[in-house]
Design a protein around this ligand. Structure first.
Ligand code: KIV
Ligand code: ZN
Length: 524
């Protein structure tokens, strides 16, 4: 028993960035981006990656399957409604994973059963038994979720959980689907279910909280105090409506407050948190709110005189965790033009970039060019360099239009004009357009060449990366088509250049999606 208790204090981190996160507005990712996030999660050492909802679309199925084939160090799960077609499809997508998990769910609250499922409680019980048993024919790693558990009747919930366990579920998840509960209630819910279900010690309990009232982190942690041994969460807390529990917050809370959580800890490599957060924000075209816990730009800044004074005397006066512990790069002077390839490789490794010889050579060449422009190269410069390299590798694999060159003519007295040359698979296209300002003129010229499908223009955002006139400008463009979002981002100290590249990236992603969908429809 003592041994069980020991292993039970390991809190599993079930990441659902690629399912609950990705399904929320403005957070869609393409196939390549999903794989990139999955690799990041594997480096972060989460226990389970929920790779998507396989039955949602052929694209989702393919992404889940590709992640299942790629990831080796985490369990890979996919969500399925409690229906035979969903479960069969889900199993098809994850069967090749090193450690596959099927995640079944059914709603258990009176509201959901009556208005959404149009099923009686007895029918829900029967479906639970049948579908868990059906999933059990494929594998033993089965998670069962009672959707809207926090607004369900406790006695009924106990019967559903008992039925799921008797038919083979090994993990029971109790979601706060609408972000309605409070920490006290969540703790009591887990305690009551554990006490009320006869074989509750045979399974692991899990919490899945939404942030509608801003309590997702507190509720998930309260669930742990009540005996839950898995937390479902997302990077940066992305997810439906106000989001899910943020991974970085629960992990760092348990890491920092060992006095409260005792030996409850996760196996997450906390030094990978900042990188994972940036990767996800980059892909979805958002930035962390300045004051976001753990990953916001201000999370480790001390501005007021009193705080700075305290920090200088002893960091612990105002710092409960260090930037290094979550992998935030401090802008220490690191390398210069006399530094060699080994030094660069060692620093990049420390920052979490493990490169093969070819990639390292590419970085070294760019690093040398950077050294010609700057006396010292800091980890922040290297981070920006890696982001640029990753963006151009992404461009290569997405394919589509490339910028050859452009010129703009602009003044405060005349209409702006832009002449632009793009290429596509070796063919050259040139157009000229006028517009309300240089960016408008450039985008109009691009549209003439690309002739994109009808789409919404959701976001055009520009921000400087430092408070100086030679600062890098970072541009984000988000387009929407067919309820999906296509994000392009680019950095350059010429803002027209960055805008053009960001726009082209978003357009190319949209073109790739439209072509893929057309191929799929043609096969039907
Ligand atoms: O919020 C929720 O209830 C869910 C379940 C499907 C796990 O996301
Ligand atoms: Zn959810």
């Amino acid at each position: 028993m003592a041994e069980i208790r020991d292993t039970m204090s390991q809190i599993k981190i079930f990441d659902t960035t690629l399912r609950d996160g990705e399904q929320s507005p403005g957070c869609s990712m393409n196939h390549r981006e999903k794989l990139k996030v999955a690799r990041c999660l594997e480096r972060l050492k989460v226990d389970v990656i929920e790779a998507g909802f396989a039955a949602a679309s052929p694209g989702d199925f393919e992404a889940v399957q590709a992640i299942a084939r790629t990831v080796k160090d985490c369990s890979v799960a996919t969500l399925a409604r409690s229906t035979i077609p969903d479960i069969d499809c889900a199993w098809g997508a994850i069967r090749e994973a090193a450690d596959p998990r099927l995640h079944l769910f059914i709603a258990t609250s009176p509201l959901h059963m009556e208005y959404k499922l149009r099923m009686t409680p007895e029918q829900v019980l029967e479906r639970t038994a049948q579908m868990v048993a059906h999933a059990r024919k494929y594998l033993s790693n089965i998670e069962f979720s009672c959707e809207d558990a926090t607004r369900s009747d406790l006695d009924f919930l106990i019967r559903v959980v008992d039925t799921a366990i008797r038919n083979g579920a090994t993990v029971i998840n109790l979601p706060d689907t609408t972000g309605y509960t409070t920490p006290d209630e969540m703790r009591r819910l887990i305690e009551s279910i554990r006490a009320g279900v006869p074989d509750s010690d045979l399974v692991e309990f899990s919490v899945h909280c939404h942030n509608d009232l801003g309590m997702a982190t507190a509720n998930a942690l309260a669930g742990v105090l009540g005996g839950a041994r898995q937390i479902e969460c997302t990077i940066n807390g992305i997810g439906e409506r106000a989001g899910n529990t943020s991974l970085e917050e629960v992990v760092m809370a348990m890491h920092t407050r060992t006095d409260i959580f005792g030996s409850c800890t996760s196996r997450v490599d906390t030094t990978q948190i900042s990188r994972a957060s940036k990767t996800v924000y980059n892909i979805i075209g958002q930035s962390a709110p300045l004051n976001k816990a753990i990953v916001g730009v201000n999370a480790f800044r001390h501005e007021s005189g009193i705080h700075q004074h305290g920090i200088l005397a002893n960091k612990q006066t105002y710092e409960i965790l260090t930037p290094e512990s979550v992998g935030v790069e401090t802008d220490n002077l690191v390398l210069g033009k006399h530094s060699g390839k080994h030094a660069l490789a060692a620093l990049l490794k420390e920052m979490g970039f493990d490169l093969d010889e070819k990639a390292l050579q590419r970085c070294f060449e760019e690093f040398k060019l950077l050294c010609d422009k700057k006396k010292s190269v800091t980890s922040r410069d290297l981070s920006a360099m890696m982001a640029r390299q990753s963006a151009s590798a992404d461009d290569e694999s997405t394919g589509g239009y490339k910028l050859e060159w452009f010129t703009v003519n602009t003044s405060n007295m005349t209409t702006s004009t832009c002449v632009i040359r793009l290429s596509l698979d070796g063919q050259i296209f040139e157009e000229a357009c006028t517009g309300d300002g240089p960016v408008d003129a450039a985008f109009a010229a691009i549209n003439r060449i690309v002739r994109p499908v009808e789409h919404g223009f959701e976001v055009f955002r520009f921000s400087g990366t430092s408070p100086a006139t030679d600062s890098m400008g970072e541009v984000t463009v988000k387009l929407t088509h067919n309820e999906r979002t296509f994000t392009g981002r680019a950095m350059n100290n010429n803002i027209v250049d960055a805008s053009i590249r960001a726009y082209l990236r978003a357009l190319n992603k949209m073109r790739a999606y439209v072509a893929r969908r057309a191929r799929y429809l043609a096969q039907q």
